[in-house]
Design a protein. Structure first.
Length: 115
């Protein structure tokens, strides 16, 4: 089992920055992949960014490329969000893939970007 807790969401003006943190606990040695997804009411959860745990590989959703940066250390995942836009407003979820293909989700943190 892997537990994920997000923090760092909030209200920011367009053009501003926020840094999200996901703190992982439990069987973190089994985690092979981590990432961030986001969701707005009535829509599906969309990929923001993914990062490998044993490599430098990272992948970004098209809408955030060049503005967001995903990074990690031993037990934490980060998302640096720069040049934020109102359309980045969403609930942001931390995601991890553990043993086999077992997926884990955090409870989410809300990001609101005002115009």
């Amino acid at each position: 089992q892997v537990q994920l807790v997000e923090s760092g969401g909030g209200l920011v003006q367009a053009g501003g920055s926020l840094r999200l943190t996901c703190s992982a606990s439990g069987s973190i040695n089994s985690v092979r992949l981590m990432g961030w997804y986001r969701q707005t009411p009535g829509k599906e959860r969309d990929l923001v960014a993914l990062i490998g745990m044993a490599t430098t590989w990272a992948n970004y959703g098209d809408s955030v490329k060049g503005r967001f940066t995903i990074s990690r250390d031993n037990a934490n995942l980060y998302l640096q969000m720069d040049r934020l836009k109102p359309e980045d407003t969403a609930d942001y979820y931390c995601y991890a893939v553990g043993e086999g293909t077992t997926g884990y989700w955090g409870q989410g943190t809300q990001v609101t970007v005002s115009s």
